[in-house]
Write a new protein. Structure first.
Length: 149
């Protein structure tokens, strides 16, 4: 069994990705576990991408190698797609299905993919994701439903 649990968290500015990572890290430390964390939040104040990488256990670096995340936690569907390189065959995922529409889409400059297309791409990445390890929050964010098989 791996002595490190790796969590890749992603979303857009204002969704609380860094705060969620801090809560996870503090909870692990209160249990006496070692935690390392990194964050990236360049244009977050403008609704840009925010990512954090948290490793719980025996690790000196928070950077998660491609394909090695144990958990993908995405608060925005397109950000989940942008994070697929971190997903491997044993990665579980929690992905919010309520999109945050970028201003470029609102202006008609760009398009936003259909949620069903995003789900399909996530399911294709890993057999475990297809077996309902990936969970989507309904837009009401009250119900946690498994992906269809």
């Amino acid at each position: 069994m791996n002595s490190t649990y790796s969590i890749y968290l992603t979303g857009v500015g204002g969704q609380g990705i860094i705060r969620v990572s801090t809560i996870i890290g503090e909870a692990a430390m209160r249990k006496g576990l070692k935690v390392v964390m990194s964050e990236l939040h360049g244009m977050a104040e403008r609704g840009g991408m925010v990512t954090t990488e948290v490793k719980i256990g025996d690790s000196s670096s928070a950077i998660i190698q491609d394909g090695n995340a144990d958990l993908l936690f995405a608060m925005e569907p397109v950000e989940a797609l942008r994070s697929l390189e971190k997903v491997g065959p044993n990665t579980s995922a929690i992905v919010n299905s309520a999109p945050i529409i970028p201003f470029t889409v609102s202006l008609g400059i760009d398009t936003y993919p259909e949620i069903s297309q995003i789900i399909t791409e996530l399911q294709e990445k890993s057999p475990l994701l297809r077996q309902a390890a990936a969970l989507f929050l309904k837009e009401t964010r009250e119900l946690l439903l498994p992906l269809p098989a």
